[in-house]
Design a protein around this ligand. Structure first.
Ligand code: ZN
Length: 136
């Protein structure tokens, strides 16, 4: 399923991921050089929002293609299981991703985090019900 282009961009992603904080990395999406400010950071901050991240995941994950605005519960679950290791590195956080926002932000503990582990906004829980508090 994966083309040579995908292999290349995945390698670029891994290379960026493997860089240490303070080292210079290249954004796997647009090639922009950036200094890592967070060990999980793999994309530059030069583009607005999550463009580089979205572009990357759309390229390497065929199931997400043409699906940038809506993520089905099934694929959200799949992604959460797959990249719980990518949960926001927040002191005191649960370390578990409970889902994704329509923008692709990771939801942890009711807060949406961007790819730099920065909280973006509180996710609206359905009144008293906590739809993401399913697991014990
Ligand atoms: Zn970029």
């Amino acid at each position: 399923m994966s083309s040579k282009g995908q292999q290349k961009v995945k390698l670029a992603y891994q290379t960026a991921k493997d860089k240490k904080v303070g080292e210079t990395a290249n954004c796997p999406s647009c090639g922009t050089e950036f200094v890592k400010s967070n060990y999980q950071q793999a994309f530059c901050k030069s583009k607005v929002g999550t463009i580089c991240k979205d572009k990357y995941w759309n390229r390497v994950t065929p199931t997400k293609r043409n699906n940038t605005t809506r993520i089905s519960p099934a694929s959200a679950m799949y992604m959460a299981n797959r990249i719980d290791l990518d949960a926001p590195n927040i002191v005191g956080g649960s370390g578990k991703i409970s889902g994704y926002t329509s923008e692709g932000y990771r939801i942890m503990d009711g807060v949406a985090y961007d790819e730099f582990d920065e909280p973006v906004y509180n996710v609206d829980m359905d009144d008293d019900r906590h739809p993401f508090d399913l697991e014990d």
